[in-house]
Design a protein around this ligand. Structure first.
Ligand code: BEZ
Length: 250
């Protein structure tokens, strides 16, 4: 099973994803002549911002719903349904960019190999995604609430890859990339749509075994367990922790 995406809910409640990503575009320094690949482009908002600063841009995402919405949003740009593990590009890009997507790809080595293959020699990789400890308080509350309604070993349902700096540096070097910058940092993030909305949007794989009769108790428990850490002044926050990396293809 894989995560399914509601592109409308994503656009309505999660615009902070590309708002924070703007800072990462600053690290990319797009050049007027660059050909750039945006991996995990979602509904295309950052793709369009990068595209306005470079020669050519391609947005790739494994979700057909996201790519359909991206094409509607930006009909003049090129968007393709492609899996990060099998991008299928060969030495075509001056830079590969990815914001808030690679934590969905558990086979990180395949994704790194595929992104490296897409780069020209000397091309740069600029990525940011959830790092070690990301959303730990949310995961703990979800696991506890699932266990309390009778779902055994919920951690087996966890779909995410949140590596440390050392772990991900080794993955990129194995893929033929030289890491020039890597940082893991906290980003406490206000959730405009609230915690329940965030869990509905992103925790589909955790929630798959939840029966209708268990749901009311699950939602009551998850908010009760998460509140002491994640609720401030009545507003919900996510305990994001980002891993940001810059690397160059040998
Ligand atoms: C993140 O951006 O860190 C993230 C988003 C959704 C699910 C898990 C992590």
């Amino acid at each position: 099973m894989s995560q399914t995406w509601d592109a409308n809910l994503y656009e309505k409640s999660h615009s902070f994803v590309w708002a924070y990503g703007r800072d990462l575009v600053g690290m990319l320094h797009p050049d007027a002549g660059d050909r750039i690949l945006d991996v995990g482009c979602g509904t295309g908002n950052l793709t369009a911002e990068i595209g306005a600063q470079c020669g050519a841009i391609v947005g790739a995402d494994s979700s057909e719903a996201m790519i359909a919405q991206a094409r509607l949003n930006f009909p003049n740009l090129r968007f393709e349904v492609r899996d990060a593990r099998r991008l299928g590009f060969d030495a075509e890009f001056d830079a590969v960019f990815s914001n808030a997507a690679l934590h969905w790809v558990k086979d990180a080595q395949m994704a790194a190999d595929s992104m490296s293959r897409a780069l020209k020699p000397g091309g740069r990789l600029i990525v940011e995604f959830g790092g070690k400890g990301n959303v730990a308080a949310i995961v703990e509350a979800v696991n506890r609430a699932l266990t309390s309604v009778g779902i055994a070993d919920p951690e087996r349902l966890n779909p995410w890859y949140f590596p440390s700096v050392d772990e991900y540096t080794a993955v990129l070097e194995q893929a033929g990339l030289r890491v020039s910058y890597a940082a893991l940092f906290d980003r406490w993030t206000p959730l405009e749509g609230g915690l329940v909305d965030w869990i509905r949007q992103f925790c589909g794989m955790f929630l798959a075994p939840l029966g209708e009769e268990q749901a009311p108790e699950f939602w009551a428990k998850v908010t009760e367990y998460a509140a002491p850490t994640l609720q401030r002044g009545g507003a919900w926050n996510a305990d994001y922790r980002r891993l940001r990396v810059a690397a160059t293809k040998h």
